[in-house]
Write a protein that binds this ligand. Structure first.
Ligand code: AMP
Length: 659
């Protein structure tokens, strides 16, 4: 077995083979860093000059940062050995689980046998096993360690959220990835330990599977864990939002109190953010709607009576002081006609906006630029419910150049080369299961080629083996021996506003259900396409419909509204949840003039599309095409109400009822 070189103390600690427990080696990198720091200090006769002047706290931060960066150097330099070791560790621990035995792995832990024997799978392939676990089968089906909960992915299968198994120790691995972020940023933006981060973080409702396991989004699981709630003081996780405000399930109370706390501490804020760009914009929109109430609270030092959660009230009241001067200032800024640069005006010491703007979130870049007066938009990490993947080592780069370095200790990574047809990925229908030849095409982390696109395949500590995540990545370069990837897209997803991911098939079905309302009018849908409109806040889906109407009775607007609602009711649970919690606005159907889609085809052909192969795109993004469609709209119709949504899979009993 590969042994860890003694010169990698941190790496050594992280990968040492002590038995995994909730407080295992992965439980918090800070502990490891601290013990190394202590060891090294003992060996150090004299501290460097600067540190003598620095306070103990400053010394700690600098030293921790250095160790973390060294960890990144070590694992990226030894990427292949680390990967080999990670796979061997996963396979040896799980040698006796049913899934590996069923596939005939017979206790082998080497890459060659694993790749020869184990199939590359999608969620649908492992769904029967997942369902067994969800229904209460506690035997080791996928993983030798108990499945502690399910993480509900924003990806869907059959309209329901996917359930990703996880184990207790994965929380430690997630914490580890988080702990890499600030030392990296600190190299480019020093001094962030001298102030606070204003982050809008939220939990969502959880459900219980019939077998009694909790099913919830990965961030809800993380924020509710002791890794987050009981984190030791660290200047880099010093947020303006008290934990109680983040852990409040009521989205209005949570947002209001987080915004209030952020405003009260406005001078201390050095960075602002949310997980995804859409969430941050929602917070600004909330401020636009509620600033008068917020100013009243700041002026008087009393809290809005709509904040009824006692723990939230108590936490906020610890920070809230009557401050008429601050209230005047906020009022003056918010009542100005233009909200351009509102971030830098209200939080004048902000150095950057920390939000993901890669992938579909790139549609929000212009809005963020407007509100932040062009502050750097920093995408720090790439992660999913299946596994946290990697970090951006060059955080101040342009959003279009962001690349993520996959951290080799997180999971065992493989890459399936993507071959584009006509430049489109979304239009390819990938085979459900790969044949033997295709399985052999998968390459290891260190073997990917610059410029080539790949689909990410992971083998995790929590029981996923050669699992296709569904993301397409392009190799941008290497950090030592570890590749850095641009996020290209999520396969098959056509529409996304927030965490929703709607694919072409779901859209097609939803449209098919909706057009039944047109039948009494002898009207038929001849063509349609869609567009994720993010110029409204929140953004919303637009469908462009071209109709062939034979009947003589005019179609009343209420019928089109019924069509809108039926589309929404037919879309997946993530879409409907986002609608209910107002992260997505009402769906719009725009009826376009006859002949519009012919014009669309003419335009595509004028740009070089082949007339034989032309297919109407089921989603459009290119501005001139959207303009063309909009120039031929006859009527606009919106969904009159929210579609139905309840937490958990349809058949489960809900634990809680609110988002
Ligand atoms: P979920 O499993 O619901 O947490 O969603 C994870 C998915 O979100 C990933 O597989 C990606 O498709 C997307 N995602 C996560 N991080 C990023 C990122 N930094 N840039 C673009 N897309 C991301």
């Amino acid at each position: 077995m590969w042994t860890i070189p003694p010169s990698f103390p941190l790496y050594n600690s992280i990968l040492s083979s002590s038995p995994p427990t909730p407080h295992s080696r992965f439980s918090h990198i800070a502990i490891i860093l601290l013990s190394i720091k202590k060891r090294e200090r003992e060996a150090m006769p004299e501290a460097p000059k600067e540190s003598q002047k620095a306070t103990e706290h400053e010394y700690d931060v600098a030293e921790k940062n250095k160790k973390t960066l060294q960890f990144i150097e070590d694992v990226t330099t030894n990427a292949d050995q680390v990967q080999k070791r990670v796979l061997a560790e996963i396979l040896s621990r799980n040698a006796h689980v049913e899934y590996l035995k069923r596939n005939g792995l017979n206790g082998h832990t080497d890459r060659e046998t694993f790749k020869k024997i184990m199939p590359v799978v999608t969620y649908e392939d492992i769904q029967p096993d997942i369902t067994r676990v969800a229904n209460g089968d506690k035997s080791p089906i996928l993983c030798s360690q108990p499945i502690s909960e399910f993480l509900t992915s924003s990806g869907t299968s059959g309209g329901e959220r996917k359930l990703m198994p996880t184990i207790e120790e994965e929380l430690g691995r997630r914490s580890l990835l988080y702990s890499l972020l600030m030392p990296v940023i600190n190299q480019f933006v020093p001094g962030l330990d001298k102030g606070k981060g204003m982050y809008f973080l939220f939990i969502k409702s959880e459900a219980k599977t019939p077998g009694g396991l909790v099913a919830r989004p990965v961030l809800t699981s993380y924020y509710k864990s002791s890794h987050f709630k009981n984190r030791p003081y660290d200047p880099y996780t010093n947020y303006t939002s008290p934990n109680e405000t983040i852990l409040c399930l009521d989205s209005y109370q949570s947002m209001y109190s987080q915004m209030l706390c952020g405003l009260c501490q406005n001078k201390e804020v050095l960075r602002v953010g949310a997980v995804f760009a859409s969430g941050f914009i929602r917070a600004i929109r909330f401020l636009e709607k509620h600033w008068t109430l917020l100013c009243k609270d700041i002026r008087t030092g009393t809290l809005n009576t709509q904040i009824t959660d006692p723990s939230v009230r108590e936490a906020v009241m610890k920070l809230l002081q009557p401050d008429p001067e601050l209230a005047d200032f906020i009022e003056a800024e918010c009542s100005r006609e233009s909200w351009q640069g509102i971030i830098t005006r209200l939080w004048p010491n902000t150095k950057y906006v920390d939000v993901i703007v890669t992938g579909t979130m790139s549609q929000y870049i212009p809005t963020l630029d407007y509100y932040s007066n062009g502050l750097p938009l920093v995408c720090t990490m790439y992660a999913s419910s299946e596994c946290y993947f990697g970090v951006n080592l060059n955080p101040l780069c342009k959003p279009s150049e962001v690349s993520y370095t996959l951290v080799p200790t997180m999971a065992y990574f493989e890459f399936l080369p993507v071959h584009r047809n006509n430049g489109g990925i979304n239009s390819i229908s990938m085979p459900k299961s790969l044949n033997e030849k295709e399985q052999q095409e998968l390459v290891d982390l260190v073997d990917v080629k610059v410029g080539q696109e790949y689909e990410l395949v992971v083998t995790t500590y929590a029981g996923l083996y050669r699992y296709r995540v569904g993301d397409v990545l392009r190799v941008a370069g290497f950090k030592n021996n570890a590749p850095q990837f641009n996020f290209i897209c999520r396969k098959n997803v056509v529409l996304s506003i927030d965490s929703d991911k709607t694919d072409e098939v779901e859209l097609q079905n939803a449209v098919k259900n909706a057009v039944t309302h047109l039948m009494p009018f002898d009207a038929h849908l001849t063509e349609y396409t869609s567009y994720a409109d993010t110029t409204t806040i929140p953004g919303h889906y637009i469908l462009y419909w071209e109709l062939n109407i034979h009947g003589s009775t005019p179609i009343p607007p209420s019928v089109y509204e019924d069509c809108c609602l039926t589309v929404e009711e037919s879309l997946n649970t993530v879409y409907r949840q986002n609608r209910v919690c107002e992260s997505i606005g009402p769906l719009e159907i725009k009826i376009v003039e006859a002949g519009t889609f012919d014009k669309l085809m003419d335009y595509a052909i004028s740009l070089g599309a082949s007339i034989n192969q032309y297919k109407t795109p089921r989603c459009v993004k290119f501005a001139p095409i959207v303009e063309l469609l909009n120039s031929r709209v006859i009527s606009s119709n919106f969904s009159p109400k929210c579609p139905k949504w309840t937490p958990g899979h349809k058949q489960w009993i809900n634990m809680t009822g609110r988002t």
